[in-house]
Design a protein around this ligand. Structure first.
Ligand code: UDP
Length: 338
């Protein structure tokens, strides 16, 4: 099969390209390198089954050609990362809405199966545990930038499902929950690469809020298996799937674990949200996926535990990624807890 991966040079895109090539597929990655990086795909540059097109997905002419040449599309390109979203709300909304519109319109023209990446942010600040695919979204006010991301991705989902219903386009929507692994960067807010980088350089480890908020982290390599399973299974068409782990850890607990695994002397500090992000930032307290649907279809479940993922990320930052900066905001207001 010839896959077109939008956002193919991103953290998840890079892992997906690699896994597809290993299985003998042909891959075209399209990426404008805004948050994607050449380093994530350059190891395939000599592979005749791989090509990288450096272009934005909002270029409809280029997308027309790329879509016409592929068998299946995995649409990952998006403005992601909480810091980026809070800093560049216009870019976030425009990329996520216009980009997906072009992908779907072009996919319809050539009748190509399309997988659309979405996010657990869709559930908003609902406190239901765990989140089922058919649960309500609970969005915050439009005056709070954070919700622009969730709302833009919700529109992507509506549009994808509408193309399926109205034009019979084969689409699959998958919602990713805190995907982590080697090659993820901490520049745009992602917590594990930030903690690992801080711990390895014995800088303060910055836990936002009281650290009691929790997340379920899923290794990118497990996530890729799920995406590939959905791509190949005709029964996934027209449906929405959660992809994530159900193993929950508090962010303070995570900081302590990273400190142990790196043998770091870093202080762990609590930084108030208003200091870390923007005044009025709203964080999710807990976020756990219900993965019954994907488990029933593909017998999929995560296989790589969090400690293994953290070890692999440590290894990455000690080797290939050692010069990678993390955003260096200096916090004046914090409390030392570990
Ligand atoms: N977080 C933190 N310190 C950091 C970066 C993030 O305590 O340096 C927290 C963040 O406030 C959230 C959690 O870690 O509660 C996960 O953040 P991330 O940006 O990785 O993903 P999110 O779940 O917010 O999409």
């Amino acid at each position: 099969m010839r896959y077109l991966i939008t956002g193919g040079a991103g953290f998840i895109g890079g892992h997906l390209c690699q896994a597809l090539l290993e299985q003998g597929h042909s891959v075209t990655a399209v990426d404008d390198l805004s948050t994607g990086r050449l380093e994530n795909v350059q190891m395939h540059s000599q592979n005749p089954n791989f090509q990288l097109v450096i272009e934005t997905i909002t270029n409809a002419t280029v997308m027309d050609r790329l879509v016409s040449e592929c068998d299946i599309i995995v649409h990952l390109a998006a403005a992601v990362g909480v810091e980026l979203i809070v800093r560049s709300p216009v870019h976030t909304i425009e990329t996520n809405v216009m980009g997906t519109e072009i992908v779907l319109r072009t996919a319809r023209r050539y009748r190509k199966k399309t997988l659309i990446a979405s996010t657990s942010e869709i559930y908003g600040k609902s406190d239901k545990i765990p989140f089922n695919e058919d649960d309500d979204s609970v969005m915050g006010a439009t005056t709070r930038h954070r919700w622009a991301y969730a709302t833009s991705k919700a529109l992507d989902e509506f549009l994808a499902l509408a193309y399926h219903r109205e034009f019979d386009l084969p689409v699959v929507v998958f919602r990713l929950f805190n995907t982590v692994g080697p090659r993820q960067r901490g520049r745009y807010g992602m917590v594990i690469p930030r903690f690992v980088k801080q711990a390895l350089s014995n800088q303060q480890m910055t836990v936002y809020g009281d650290g009691g908020q929790s997340r379920c982290f899923c290794d990118a390599r497990d996530v890729i298996r799920a995406i590939m399973g959905l791509a190949e299974n005709p029964q996934a068409i027209g449906k929405v799937f959660n992809i994530g782990s159900q193993a929950e850890i508090s962010i303070l607990g995570l900081a302590k674990r990273v400190k142990e695994l790196t043998n770091s002397t870093s202080e762990i500090v609590l930084v108030p949200y208003d200091e870390a992000y923007d005044v009025g930032f709203e964080d999710m307290r807990r976020r756990v996926p219900d993965t019954t649907r994907i488990h029933e279809l593909l017998a999929w479940q995560p296989q790589i535990g969090l400690d293994q993922t953290i070890q692999d990320i440590i290894h990455f930052f000690q080797n290939d990624g050692k010069d990678e900066p993390i955003s260096g905001k200096v916090h004046k207001n914090y409390q030392i807890v570990g």
